[in-house]
Design a protein around this ligand. Structure first.
Ligand code: 1PR
Length: 523
């Protein structure tokens, strides 16, 4: 029996699912006594340091946790569960950490995008049973803006390189903690978790020396999901956002089955977009939550869900905040939520008033769950103009002139799945959302969607150069070479595709095989 400390924020379902998949039962901590009587304690932390420590304090978990840690019984901290062990964090300087280990938690100060999101390697600094059976060149999944800085080198178990070498795992006796997420690191992560659960696993150090480690470019499979006219939830795919063919919604498969297939084929992440979320309300659209729950049972890579994250009043007058919707998605197995239409409205209001409200979905969700949990999905459409001085929008010179020979264009934001264009450009939207706390941009392109013509590199460069958070390039992938192009001609950290994967024209493994030796990818 594994005891799991769920302090109520973020996706602990995937940790529970991962432990279940290894044949172990999980008991969730309900009070301090449960911590004291645990044999093996797992503390998965997702969210923000300040709110985590406040919840631990409010629930009177701090003293039992310290007693447990001091007794040197098996403990596995994950992400914030690692950071909590230290004295304080720059993320919330006014709040103390547990102080079980001496040292602090610092924000990355680098020229690269922060958060550090994706699959990176490990350099091994001490023997551990967690490493039993590893070769040493495996990659594991990270998503964080802060990292620990222990005062004592003796506790350092692994390091990873991102701009500089940082501590990605610690070990002191039976107390182990990782900055990466084993429960989101596919088979390798499950292997590490199994080693933790099996106290008999031998202490080893893998032979492979892989310093400096490298962050891989991510290949993301995207599933646009909606109900068809018969009421069945299907994966669909549009041509420039039109998902109907001869009047019928295209049906490319079942969401849970397809997600499972992509996981097995090596997708680094999976994104579900509830494409009618702008008019439905996800908490009434329970099938989507069921899709997440079922998928997260046996898909152990990060899951993002978008569609319908906004405030809502139901027919009985009950009000829901976007935070309530996001919370339900996280509880159902999502690691990140993606906000589309609502982000445009938030940016428009921000431009009007010139200041943040503190109450928008972006601010509220990132405050509780951390910036890394908030993705902004942008649905822009190219607008050609004759002059670079167009209406104050971010205009670029394009190598693909418009129908009247226009040499300039800007990218107009749309809402409601491309149905409505707004007087806001994609670059401005991305910048405002970053300022308000978004952790990543999912950059679609209506002109390229479903065309197989390749990514819109000009759009991606324009947005990527304007923000310091990671950008997911999306729309238009038609062959493996297009992924090479987007990773070498732009700084995008990841690339997403839908149609070519659904129609089995280019398998994910073919994309990775093509990129191998050219671009760092996870094999
Ligand atoms: O506005 O917060 O409710 O979110 C709705 C979400 O649904 C948004 O993220 C929006 O992008 C998405 N969406 C709405 N309508 C459509 C549609 O297609 N009619 N899908 C839609 C967007 C675009 C990509 C697609 C890539 C790759 N889909 O996600 O997967 O373009 O396709 P390709 O590789 O086949 O070219 P809200």
């Amino acid at each position: 029996m594994i005891t799991l400390l769920d302090y109520g924020a973020g996706n602990v379902r995937s940790v529970i699912n991962a432990i279940h998949s290894l044949g172990e039962d999980v008991k969730i901590v309900e009070n301090g006594q449960d911590i004291l009587s645990a044999d093996k304690l797992v503390f998965p932390g997702v969210g923000a340091f300040g709110s985590m420590m406040q919840i631990l304090k409010r629930n009177d978990y701090i003293a039992p946790l310290m007693t447990y840690l001091q007794s040197d019984r098996p403990f596995l901290g994950i992400c914030l569960g690692l950071q909590a062990l230290f004295e304080f964090s720059e993320e919330a300087p006014e709040v103390s950490g547990l102080g079980f280990l001496r040292g602090s938690v610092k924000r990355f100060e680098i020229d690269l995008s922060v958060p550090h999101i994706g699959w990176n390697g490990l350099s091994f600094k001490q023997r551990s049973r967690l490493f039993h059976g590893l070769r040493g060149d495996e990659k594991v999944y990270f998503v964080h803006s802060y990292h620990v800085v222990p005062e004592e080198d003796s506790v350092v178990m692994t390091t990873t390189d991102y701009g500089y070498e940082f501590v990605s795992g610690i070990q002191q006796g039976n107390i182990m903690a990782t900055q990466f997420h084993p429960e989101k690191s596919g088979d390798v992560g499950l292997h590490i978790l199994r080693n933790f659960l099996e106290s008999s696993a031998a202490n080893t150090v893998p032979e492979w020396i892989s310093r400096p480690t490298q962050l891989a470019k991510r290949i993301i499979a995207c599933l646009d999901v909606r109900a068809n006219d018969q009421g069945d939830l299907v994966v669909t795919k549009g041509d420039q956002y039109d998902v109907r063919e001869q009047g019928e919604v295209r049906n490319l498969g079942k969401p849970v089955e397809l997600a499972r297939r992509y996981y097995q084929e090596g997708a680094d992440e999976i994104t579900f977009l509830n494409i009618t979320g702008f008019r439905d309300f996800p908490l009434e659209d329970m099938p989507m939550l069921e899709v997440l729950k079922h998928t997260s049972r046996n898909v152990f890579v990060p899951l993002t869900i978008g569609g319908g994250i906004r405030e809502y009043t139901d027919k009985n007058g009950r009000q829901y905040k976007s935070l309530d919707v996001a919370a339900e998605y996280f509880r159902s197995g999502a690691d990140k939520v993606s906000i589309g239409s609502d982000a445009v409205q938030i940016a428009e209001a921000y431009l009007k008033s010139g200041k943040p409200t503190g109450k928008s979905s972006i601010e509220e969700i990132s405050h509780v769950y951390g910036n890394q949990a908030v993705v902004i999905s942008i649905d822009p459409r190219r607008v050609y103009v004759r002059s670079p001085q167009e209406l104050g929008h971010h205009v670029i010179e394009t190598a693909n002139p418009g129908p009247q020979g226009e040499r300039y264009c800007w990218y107009q934001c749309t809402v409601k799945g491309g149905r409505e264009g707004r007087d806001l450009d994609a670059v401005t939207l991305a910048q405002i959302c970053e300022k308000l706390g978004a952790g990543e941009i999912l950059l679609n392109c209506i002109d390229r969607d479903g065309t197989n013509r390749g990514f819109d590199l000009e759009l991606i460069n324009a947005v990527k150069q304007a923000v310091s958070i990671p950008v997911i390039a999306s729309s238009g992938a038609g062959c493996a070479q297009h992924f090479h192009e987007v990773f070498t001609e732009t700084q995008a950290e990841s690339a997403l595709a839908a149609g070519i994967f659904h129609r089995q024209e280019v398998p994910i493994s073919a994309v990775k095989d093509y990129l191998k030796d050219k671009v760092e990818v996870r094999s």
